[in-house]
Design a protein around this ligand. Sequence first.
Ligand code: NAG
Ligand code: NAG
Ligand code: NAG
Ligand code: NAG
Length: 598
Amino acid sequence: MRVLLLLVFLVFCLVPALSYRDTNWNKLNRAGRRENLEFRVALNQRNLDVLESTLLDVSNPASSNYGKHWTSEQVADLVAPEPWVSKKVVNYLKKNGCHNVENHGDFIKASGPVSAVEKIFSVEMYNYKHNIKTEQSIIRSSETYQVPFEISQYVHIVSGVSELPHLNNGPKSKTLKPNPKDFEATPAPSGPADPGMVVPQTIQQLYGIPSDYVNNANTSLCLAEFAADRSYQPKDLKTFAAKTGTPLINVVKNIGPFEPTQPDLESTLDVQYGGVIAGKDALITFFTVNGWMYEFSSDLAATYPAPYVVSMSWGWPEPLQCQQGIGNCTNGESSQDYVNRVNIEFQKIGLRGITLLASSGDQGAPGDGNPSCNSRDQPISTIFPGASPWVTSVGATMLAAPSANEPNPIDTSDAPVCGIHKCATSTQEVTCSTPSALITTGGGFSNYSPQPAWQADAVNAYLSSGVTLPNKKFFNASNRGFPDVSGLGHNYYIVAADQMNIVDGTSCSSPVFGGIVALLNSYRLDNNKSTLGFINPLLYAAYASNPEIYNDITVGNNYCTESCCATTGFLATKGWDAVTGLGTPNFKELLAYVQSLN
Ligand SMILES: *[C@@H]1O[C@H](CO)[C@@H](O)[C@H](O)[C@H]1NC(C)=O
Ligand SMILES: *[C@@H]1O[C@H](CO)[C@@H](O)[C@H](O)[C@H]1NC(C)=O
Ligand SMILES: *[C@@H]1O[C@H](CO)[C@@H](O)[C@H](O)[C@H]1NC(C)=O
Ligand SMILES: *[C@@H]1O[C@H](CO)[C@@H](O)[C@H](O)[C@H]1NC(C)=O
């Protein structure tokens, strides 16, 4: 008899990805002088005002330039410093003992022996070993790097020399035993959830997503992973296809370090649900990154051909980005500098016609900045990249308990696993939150980025709707509101290391929405139209033209985290809200809108 283990895991989608000085790293001996180290020097850029205005123009459905994306060379020529600047930095690095010096225009990627790196950046390099992930070791400096005088006026940041990455400790199973007192202050509870599992058919039927579309040969989706999460198992994709009765997911490329032997739940979830929603034969890329958002975005800039859509189920509070891998953050630079630099890289990616999506977080309004819900001074935190205006921020919903006479219950009879285990039937969506779910969807307002014009009407309507809002001193109401949209984020069936797992998270909804964008791109490519690229202006323009394009989620709030509840946060209500954004997609209506554009 086969024994299926039913494990409920919390997906640690929002992992503290890289902390500036993760205390779990033990400093050992000096690194060998001849050991090799790879690092990046990000140069100061030009024409950033033109970059932003051009991107907004080609992404505005009402513009005659809609969809006129640029090539990566054109983008690089616009923002890179004059060629003599990067040459000067390249020559400096070569002259001082570095090799494999790659000139990418606005950044230099180089390697060098420890002896050279120590001399250039005035540091001493050491071996570090991780306490928990004992197989992990790394070479880093014992103090912050200094940029040499000869090139300092051209250099923005250096990565790969001083920061010690935070490693994910892996998913943990979790039994929620909520203390009823924790929930006293929470208004409008979402009520019990549908206890059944979500399989691909649940999502496809709920949102009207076709499962049989013959994709354009070029439609693509990339799942980006960070820290030590770098492995799904190809064998699990076969089992997933068989158990759910869906086509085998077509992973065409693994970029970056890939360790197929020990699959992690994050990568497995992303590939299985992004891949299955993008549909048959969509080109799936699995992209692992040594580093954080700067390394990711600069690597993507140097990837050709690049995938058209990228989903990142990762994030960490905006003001804590200094922990994320920018060498000098604690001295000369700030988290805001880091966020600003990465936002520029995101704009460059958008101008090439690539869509970026990110999870809005699993810790509700308190966020990872306040995971124990107990700070009176600053009960609400933010997330990056999930609060960046340049990504599509995706929140999570869950299915409410099915009503006694559901008119059109979800039919999952095509999925063999639903013949053995209970699958969801309800079609009513509410905010994904504890205690029904293992997570509470993140949402709120950025600390750094002002409100973009494309969301002003929707967000201002929320702010002036009369809905209960947190005290104004706890959030920047005039800044970018997030998330933009949502999707189911509770009780997903996945197969990892041959075992069935049920997972929750905005880690579920971001790849699903990414799959939807990949599918929409497919229809456009078939009609010789551009990809959707930076899609946020379109998502809000679509809402203004026809609110029915989204299922409005009006029940629930994000006062809680994964384990506790704060006394403040945001409430879901009619129209856009800082809990579920515009809502979840009605694929057919969204497609009709997308097809009406040039
Ligand atoms: C796919 O992209 C390549 C390269 O841009 C192009 O030559 C080819 O015609 C495209 N195929 C389809 C089916 O659109
Ligand atoms: C790094 O910090 C030091 C000390 O505050 C400062 O002198 C230096 O200019 C900073 N470097 C950069 C690249 O900002
Ligand atoms: C508002 O944003 C500023 C930075 O732009 C930040 O310093 C401040 O803490 C934010 N306020 C709140 C309440 O988060
Ligand atoms: C798209 O372009 C190709 C090649 O130029 C052409 O064969 C095809 O008919 C076009 N399709 C549409 C829908 O315009």
